[in-house]
Every structure is written in C-alpha cells, then in structure tokens.
Design a protein around this ligand. Structure first.
Ligand SMILES: Cc1ncc(COP(=O)(O)O)c(C=O)c1O
Length: 399
C-alpha cells in the first residue's frame, strides 16, 4: 500500500535523544547468517594494498611517516585542502573533517540547534540524522511524494516553517528512494531558506553514485548551506571513517569543531593519508563504483521483469541501490524477513525508514547494487523468487 505524501509533527525531543535505529538493528539481527550485499548502500570496497598502489609520492611519504598521536581536530590541512577543492565556493577553513558523515551531521546539528528551535526534516532520511534533530529540538517532517517520483513539494516545506525554525535538513540524493533535486527545486529550496534565514544541511553522501548528472553542493550555492559528504558510500571506504562538513560560514564550523571535541576529537592519522589518496583518485574509484552499479541495475531490471506480479520496477535513480515497489500479499517487511530466513539474503524493507515525522510507504524494498557481490546475490534472490512462485520453501537461517 502506498502512503500519500504528508507533513507531520513531532514534539520536542520526540526521539528522546535515545531512539533506536531500525536499519542497524535489522542488519545486526541477521549479521551472522545472511549475505548483506543487497542490503548495503556502499559501493564496492577497495583493499589497503589497492589504495596504496594509487598513492602518489607525497602520499607514500606521508603513509610511511604517519604519526599515531592525536591529529589536528579539524583534519590535516592537506586533507582539508583536497576536500575544499571539490567545491567551487569554499576558501580555506570551509571544511571540518570528521569520523564519517554521521559525525559531521551530528556536529553541525548540535552546533546549530537549541531546545527552543524548530527544524524541518525531509523524510525519508538516515535514521541517526532524524534522531539527532529530534533529540535537540521540535521538528516537522515533509515527506517526499512517492506518486510524483519522490519529488519535494516546496509548498509543504514552506507550510512547515515556523517563526522559530532554524534549519532544514535533507538527504539528496536520497536514500532509500534515490531521489535527487532538479535545479528548479533545489534553487527554490535555497530561495525559501534564504528568505527565512534558515540553515540548509544536505547529506550528499550518495552524490557520487547519482544516476543523473548530480546536483550542485548546497555549500556552493547557498551562504548558509552545509554539505555533508564522505568516503563511505560511492568511494566504498566506510572503514576509513572519513566524512566532512563543508560550509562557507567559518563561525558555524568553529561551533561544530567544539561539538566534535565532545565526540571523537580527531581522525586517525593513517585514515587521513588514505583518504587523501582516495580523493586524488576520485574519478577512477567512483567510475568503477558507477559501472558496477550500472551492471547490477541491468541485472535487477531483468530479474524484476520476470516477476511482474511481485515487483513494480522503477528506473535507476541511484546506481548504488534500487527501491522497487513490492506487490506480494505478505508485504515488503515480511518478504524481507522470509528472504533472510530461507535464503540467507538481506534486502532492506522501507519500514526500516519509518518516521514519527512523516509517512514513508511500507511497500518498498531497498536493494543494494553497488558491490560485486550484488551480482551473485541477485542470482540467489532470483532462485528464491522461483521457489516462492512455485510454492516451495526451504528453511536455513533463523536470525
Ligand atoms: C544517508 C546517509 N548518511 C550518512 C551515513 C553515515 O555515513 P558514515 O558511515 O560516513 O558515517 C549513511 C550510512 O549508511 C547514510 O546512508
């Protein structure tokens, strides 16, 4: 069943600061007995030896001499310079390097939001981001519209703004829907935020695998725009734990550093060097990720076309995952559970993105397509669907 787009409300501290993260719970429940490739949204990872083969002379020198003491809390200057170089409008000092995008989001939200504030959250959004907001202040959700290609209705955003609204937080390109903002909507959103003096924090971690051309970073087009990104998704390097916040407002980043000092303090030196290598090789690394994603999307498309009673295929929006509608009578959540139990295979039902702020349709499956292992996993999914449609079952994994 598809839910209509909706605007919802949540009382201050709706998450209580200690809400749960259903996606993480789901993955850990099946961690020991199910293949995770179709539940993952990160692209094919690289081994240390491969990354080091990509390293230039300067990075090799850094690698062999890297210290293991506390590092610069903002990130090494050469790492920040490489990150800033990805943006058009950032001068020196426009970047805070963090332990993953998740820490960058937390630092920025804590730096901006006070208990008397209100925030607008575009839903669906990464669970920890939503919980970070609702743990800090009151929030309203604005749902992407499933019946209009997951578009964002700016009138709904405008209607959600209150006198004490301080920030809009979103995740475009979006997970799990894959939605991106076109230039007109993005420009309209920035204009709306500017009119009301709001911060616009956009989590752009899926930008490298956006199937379209990719939208500009909000830090480049808005003086109060904060772009969150990192190496965990399209670079396939979540183990480095390197993410960042990019913003033209130095005062905000200073406040975010103060928050970081309460969390991880600094990055690990070896990760900083390896992150720099990866950024220097971005074109090569992300081209590989995109080609793997494209190939797996074609495989998925062929598979879903064989089971039209069970799936409604949609066009690839993000190369790292798909988000088709599941038509089976048992519903997406139960299908995912049965798939894990019987075939040892994980896909992420859209119920894992449920939000108290706005409705998220419960009839979708996010299917990860960014890894080499997604190919064999799709073959296993097909075998399960054939068993299912011929009314045969098997039992293996208990979760
Ligand atoms: C939308 C989104 N933002 C942030 C993160 C966290 O990224 P990191 O591992 O770099 O902290 C994730 C991880 O799944 C994500 O999906």
């Amino acid at each position: 069943m598809s839910a209509p787009a909706d605007t919802g409300e949540a009382a201050a501290r709706a998450g209580g600061g200690a809400g749960s993260f259903p996606l993480a719970d789901f993955l850990s429940r099946w961690a020991d007995c199910a293949i995770q490739d179709l539940a993952a949204s990160d692209s094919q990872t690289l081994h240390l030896s491969t990354l080091l083969r990509y390293a230039g002379t300067e990075d090799l020198r850094r690698w062999h001499g890297v210290g293991l003491g506390y590092a610069d809390p903002r990130g090494a200057p050469w790492l920040r310079a490489a990150i800033a170089g990805r943006y058009e409008a950032l001068g020196d000092g426009g970047v805070l390097a963090c332990n993953g995008a998740q820490e960058a989001i937390a630092c920025v939200l804590r730096a901006v939001l006070r208990p008397v504030d209100h925030a607008v959250v575009v839903v669906p959004i990464y669970g920890p981001s939503e919980l970070a907001v609702t743990g800090l202040c009151a929030a309203s959700g604005v749902a992407l519209d499933p019946d209009r290609g997951w578009s964002l209705d700016l009138d709904r955003v405008a209607a959600a703004i209150r006198p004490n609204t301080r920030l809009v937080v979103a995740n475009f390109p979006n997970s799990p829907t894959g939605a991106s903002l076109g230039p007109a909507t993005l420009g309209g959103l920035v204009a709306l935020c500017r009119r009301h003096g709001l911060w616009l924090v956009n989590d752009e971690v899926y930008g490298q695998t956006d199937a379209g051309g990719g939208a500009p970073a909000v830090a480049d087009i808005y003086e109060k725009g904060v772009s969150i990104n990192g190496l965990s998704k399209g670079f396939g390097l979540p183990g480095l734990r390197v993410g960042w916040a990019a913003c033209r407002d130095k005062g905000l980043l200073d406040r975010a550093i103060a928050q970081k000092s309460l969390l991880s303090s600094c990055l690990s030196g070896p990760s900083e060097v390896l992150a720099h290598v990866a950024l220097e090789m971005e074109a090569r690394i992300t081209a590989l990720a995109r080609s793997i994603g494209r190939r797996n999307h074609r495989r998925l498309r062929a598979l879903l076309d064989r089971f039209p009673d069970l799936f409604e295929a949609d066009l690839p929006a993000n190369l790292a995952f798909a988000f088709p509608r599941f038509r089976g009578a048992e519903g997406a959540a139960r299908f995912a559970d049965t798939l894990a139990r019987q075939a040892g295979l994980l896909v992420a039902p859209s119920t894992l993105w449920r939000s108290p702020l706005a409705q998220v349709p419960d009839d979708r499956l996010r299917i990860g397509l960014g890894r080499l292992g997604s190919g064999p996993a799709l073959a296993a999914l097909e075998a399960h669907l054939l068993r299912l449609t011929s009314s045969r079952g098997s039992a293996a994994c208990t979760g």
